[in-house]
Write a protein that binds this ligand. Structure first.
Ligand SMILES: Cc1cc2nc3c(=O)[nH]c(=O)nc-3n(C[C@H](O)[C@H](O)[C@H](O)COP(=O)(O)OP(=O)(O)OC[C@H]3O[C@@H](n4cnc5c(N)ncnc54)[C@H](O)[C@@H]3O)c2cc1C
Length: 320
């Protein structure tokens, strides 16, 4: 193995990947983060449920702090999108390729996250509404902020129903809106919505404008105005790189891992939203820490990670 071989290549620089980077760099390992720059955390205008920040923190600031912390201990971070991952059957080494470069690594941590599906609306309007809390994606994160407000949930089927019912514990004014066509719900779901006093509106629906502090949604049943809407349209999990080297997926299309974040492929680990679990910063960070420690210990089982004695120590031992 040449000196250029990384101990670990981390693909994805969100809370999971960056936490792992901080740990691994502080384990004195040679690592690199390659990040596409689209962390879901970067969408967060201000998180109020992340422990340790009583006045909240923006996702961008949190990510910058984590990047600074990782770099302080020697992590290298590239802003690039990895397009290919391979594993050499003979050496067991991984090679990854991206636009302007490539790397070889003994281990790889996949922390590539998920992307939420957006509701039907103009992109500029979406980004403005997201920044102002008029579009929200995560009731576990920010349901508290819509307490006693008018909330629309854009979604159909069981997923939309579950999200609307979850939000009902924050406010009595919840409307479930079908994104594309009429709502088609089971009798059981209809009963639950009726019991909770949740209004149901048929689509097609489109968020069309911001007026004052509200977002206006056009539906098949007329205009509706909300303090916030929650798209409940599911998400796409970025499992492609893990699949390229043969990692098993769990039923719901997330990367399958054991309790130490090991995938089914030796030397390949996964953490954060790309793995099944609570899609939250705290969970992603926790898994990043577990993955990093497992990687360190697995590498330590293959070769001694002992540090060379420094000149001062040798001098002290020689009594000079
Ligand atoms: C609007 C919104 C608000 C939220 N609010 C909160 C909150 O208040 N509290 C909370 O705990 N959670 C919140 N979340 C959830 C939180 O953002 C995620 O759970 C967290 O970011 C997951 O971290 P991660 O590292 O797994 O993935 P991500 O943060 O999504 O990072 C994954 C990274 O991998 C990169 N990547 C993907 N594929 C590749 C590739 N092939 N090559 C290189 N890089 C790649 C992406 O570009 C991205 O930068 C919110 C989410 C959203 C969308």
């Amino acid at each position: 193995m040449d000196d250029q071989t990384l101990d670990c290549l981390i693909i994805g620089g969100g809370p999971a990947g960056l936490t792992a980077a901080i740990y691994l760099a502080r384990f004195h390992l040679d690592i690199m983060v390659v990040d596409g720059g689209k962390s879901r955390a970067s969408w967060i205008p201000c998180s109020h449920n992340h422990a340790g920040f009583p006045d909240g923190i923006s996702g961008k600031e949190l990510l910058q702090r984590m990047r600074d912390q990782a770099c302080k201990y020697g992590a290298k971070i590239e802003t690039e999108f990895v397009t290919k991952l391979e594993k050499d059957a003979e050496t067991g080494l991984f090679s990854a390729t991206w636009g302007s470069g490539s790397a070889t690594a003994r281990t790889v941590l996949v922390a590539t996250g998920v992307t939420n599906r957006r509701p039907p609306m103009d992109e500029e309007l979406h980004d403005d509404a997201l920044a102002r809390g008029l579009v929200r994606y995560c009731p576990i994160c920010d349901g508290y902020e819509v307490t006693d407000k008018r909330v629309g949930v854009v979604g159909s089927d069981h997923h939309g129903v579950a999200e609307a019912l979850f939000i009902r514990s924050y406010t009595a004014d919840v409307t479930l809106i079908a994104p594309d066509k009429s709502l088609r719900l089971s009798a059981e779901d209809q009963g639950k919505l009726k019991d909770a006093g949740i209004e149901c509106v048929d689509g097609p629906a489109q968020a069309v404008a911001i007026t004052g502090n509200c977002i206006v949604v056009d539906t098949a049943e007329g205009h509706y105005s909300f303090d916030s809407i929650y798209p409940a349209l599911g998400s796409d999990t970025h499992t492609q790189l893990a699949e390229m080297v043969g990692a098993d997926l769990a039923n719901d299309s997330c990367v399958k891992v054991d309790s130490h974040q090991r995938t089914s492929v030796a030397g390949l680990y996964a953490a954060g939203d790309v793995v099944i679990g609570l899609d939250q910063i705290s969970h992603a960070m926790g898994e990043g820490g577990v993955a990093a420690t497992t990687i360190r210990n697995d590498l330590g089982a293959q070769r001694k990670l002992w540090r060379e004695a420094t000149g001062e120590l040798l001098d002290a031992e020689n009594g000079s």
